[in-house]
Ligand binder design. Structure first.
Ligand code: DC
Length: 232
């Protein structure tokens, strides 16, 4: 177990394997893993249930009002051995991974009132250190003073193949082209929105994992994290 409870920020493109790496890192260090993408996905599910989002349109002024009624939180599940996201007290860990949520999440994540509420929650989770948090704006906005920051990316086709393998477990006929276009569209919206766009923090270490195994990536991250812990 590591003594120093530093914070670790992991940002990067959709389906670049951030959460796999962040989970592995948190386990290795005995830190808490926070999946901020799950929080934006749960906010999207909330907007869908409240009928505030259509295919390409969202009524942001209605979302601003409704968001006060949204209760999000993580609860530890001893069976899966991880913290799972709950919306209004209901476990929505599976529902937030649907293609419908994936298609609409960038619209919801671009609304300043949504970001404001979720960033506030995330900052409170990181208050005492010992957190590995993954997302898009963690090193730039949520915890800009994190002691270790990484920016993870990979070739879009590699990312689409990885994501397709996950989807095909439950939907064997799913097509690569649909996954690839969703990834490219999310890259475009995430990088171009005005509220906290996806940006590489100046002091982030970049990892392109297109050609790396999970073990190689974890070894890379741990080398840098151990240096950060020693210097903290
Ligand atoms: O990591 P993910 O693919 O589950 O994230 C879902 C969406 O949420 C993604 O399209 C961008 C958005 N997101 C964000 O805007 N800021 C974050 N910190 C995390 C995710």
């Amino acid at each position: 177990m590591e003594k120093r409870k530093i914070n670790i920020a992991i940002d990067g493109h959709s389906s670049a394997g951030k959460s796999t790496m962040a989970k592995a890192l948190a386990k290795e260090l005995n830190f808490i893993y926070v999946d901020t993408g799950a929080m934006y996905r749960a906010a999207t599910l909330f907007c869908i249930k409240e009928r505030l989002v259509q295919t390409n349109e969202i009524d942001s002024s209605k979302v601003e009002v409704a968001i006060d009624r949204m209760y999000l939180g993580f609860k530890y599940n001893s069976k899966s051995e991880r913290s799972e996201i709950h919306l209004g007290g209901v476990n929505v860990e599976e529902d937030i991974r649907s293609m419908e949520v994936s298609r609409k999440v960038s619209l919801v994540a671009a609304i300043p009132a949504v970001r404001h509420k979720l960033v506030d929650l995330q900052q409170r989770m990181a208050e005492n250190g010992g957190v590995v948090m993954d997302g898009r704006d963690i090193g730039t906005v949520v915890i800009p003073h994190a002691e270790a920051k990484f920016f993870i990316t990979a070739d879009p086709e590699v990312r689409a193949h990885r994501r397709l393998r996950e989807i095909q477990v439950s939907q064997p006929n799913f097509q690569l082209s649909e996954v690839l276009s969703n990834i490219l569209e999310r890259d475009r919206i995430d990088s171009n929105r005005s509220a906290s766009p996806l940006r590489q923090a100046k002091d982030a270490i970049v990892l392109d994992n297109s050609q790396l195994s999970e073990d190689e990536q974890l070894a890379f991250l741990l080398t840098h994290v151990r240096k950060a812990i020693a210097g903290a």
